[in-house]
Design a binder for this molecule. Structure first.
Ligand SMILES: NC(=O)c1ccc[n+]([C@@H]2O[C@H](COP(=O)([O-])OP(=O)(O)OC[C@H]3O[C@@H](n4cnc5c(N)ncnc54)[C@H](O)[C@@H]3O)[C@@H](O)[C@H]2O)c1
Length: 419
């Protein structure tokens, strides 16, 4: 199908995994059929009553083995207005769980990602910062979740190089605040959403297992590694039923355009240079966001407390291959000359400390929980490109404002070195 480059958006097309996990392998548009209640009814906001003053964690008795066995589970998801967690929230709402989305709405948070579930009776939005202990305590005291999924984070490596401060505050301090509150309220499951970047650069090494050493390279990865270790310490010391999920690079609808794939789509669409760091031979494993959410649902329901689960496809691609595939798809979907779009690709000075390769062994999530990726790379990429073409207004809005300033700092002024 051919799209005009600046297609008028027809509204976001919801995509998200169904209750039993795996996403469909069907055609480009639309997600799986919802299995939970249809999102109707009045929008709800946090009643926000005052809560008790937070105190330190206290060790509790035996570790619970999972979420409540009866009735709908109340799940507090942090960062639910972000890329990955918005897909997870949608899936949880559709399968009938009660979802409390706690998000500070930073530059990366956008409630429009969840416009289709906003009015659901089993969905509540709370605007709060995970590093604000009183706000977190209030949210847990009010909504009494059995499960906490921590996906809130400063998530972009390049920004962490420009300024590590917010990464330490949200990713480390914020995670500890949440852990403490979860411990105090006796939650039955705490899922930490983490990344393969904690293992660092594996240029010539074997793929990382969950027992591999943590050797983070960027301030972002270091802050995520610190958070993982705090989570595991809370399990060991206080018996908090924590599970850590380390996934590879995600891609799919609604990803903020600072990340590689939507950035290439954006630049290819507007005819701007498509930047590739250094030689572009860095290798990554690309995971369609619905496949990651399917793994998160399995871990949330059945993961073993105190355990880390790696999640990835096992397929590696160089950044150059990925960028070329995206440019090719954009050209074909918009009826342009593939050679002309490909000619936009330019090498730019490399990101400082850039890891050459990430790779994971994922036997545990596959054999213990029965997870497998369902969406092949080129199929996921086609769905993603089509989604951005159909939602050009979202892309335009996301790439406006302070995004231009960030883009200049990273790509035009070469990390400030020749600013
Ligand atoms: N994107 C990837 O490829 C990838 C891969 C592996 C792991 N992860 C991890 O998955 C999680 C989600 O990543 P993403 O790319 O969807 O992130 P994102 O940047 O798209 O969204 C982050 C969300 O967290 C919210 N947030 C930030 N700071 C907050 C704070 N202090 N309090 C409350 N909310 C706050 C933002 O408003 C936003 O909605 C992160 O923990 C990230 O480390 C991401």
């Amino acid at each position: 199908m051919s799209h005009p480059p600046a297609a008028v958006p027809t509204g976001p097309s919801p995509t998200g995994p169904a209750r039993t996990g795996p996403s469909p392998t069907g055609p480009a548009r639309g997600g799986p059929t919802p299995t939970g209640p249809s999102p109707t009814g009045p929008a709800r906001t946090d009643p926000n009553p005052a809560g008790p003053t937070p105190t330190g964690p206290t060790p509790t008795g035996p570790t619970p083995t999972g979420p409540s066995p009866t009735g709908p589970t109340t799940i507090l998801v942090t960062g639910g207005c972000g890329f990955i967690a918005s897909h997870l929230v949608r899936a949880l709402v559709r399968r009938g769980d009660r979802v409390v989305n706690l998000d500070a709405l930073t530059y990366a948070g956008d409630p429009a990602r969840l416009a289709d579930v906003e009015g659901a009776p089993n969905y509540v939005f709370v605007r709060a910062d995970i590093a604000d202990a009183e706000a977190v305590e209030r949210a847990l005291a009010t909504h009494r979740p059995q499960v906490v999924v921590n996906a809130a984070a400063e998530s972009h490596v390049d920004r962490s190089i420009l300024d590590p401060g917010p990464f330490l505050r949200t990713n480390v301090v914020g995670t500890e605040v949440l852990l403490r509150a979860a411990q105090r309220h006796g939650v039955a499951r705490f899922v930490q959403v983490s990344t393969d970047e904690v293992y660092g650069d594996l240029e010539d090494d074997e793929p990382a297992t969950e027992a591999s050493p943590l050797r983070p390279s960027s301030p972002y990865a270091a802050s995520k590694a610190a958070a993982d270790l705090l989570c595991l310490a809370y399990h060991r010391t206080y018996g908090l039923p924590v599970v850590v999920v380390r996934s590879t690079n995600n891609y799919g609808p609604y990803q903020f355009p600072e990340k590689l794939i939507p950035l290439v789509i954006l630049n290819a669409l507007v005819g701007r240079d498509v930047p590739v760091y250094g030689d572009g031979l860095q290798r990554r494993d690309w995971l369609y966001v619905e496949d990651n959410c399917a793994a998160l649902l399995l871990v949330l329901d059945r993961g073993t407390p105190g355990t880390v689960y790696n999640v990835g496809t096992g397929e590696e691609r160089t950044n150059r291959e990925v960028v070329a595939a995206v440019c090719d798809l954009v050209a074909h979907r918009t009826g342009r000359d593939p050679a002309a779009v490909g000619a936009l690709i330019r090498s730019v000075p490399d990101r400082p400390g850039h890891d050459r390769r990430y790779a994971l062994r994922t036997d545990r999530v596959r054999f213990e929980l029965g997870w497998a990726p369902r969406v092949a790379f080129l199929e996921g990429l086609a769905r993603t490109v089509d989604w951005y073409l159909d939602n050009a207004a979202w892309l335009t809005r996301a790439s406006g404002g302070q995004f231009a300033e960030y883009y200049d700092a990273v790509y035009r002024r070469r990390w400030g070195r020749d600013a």
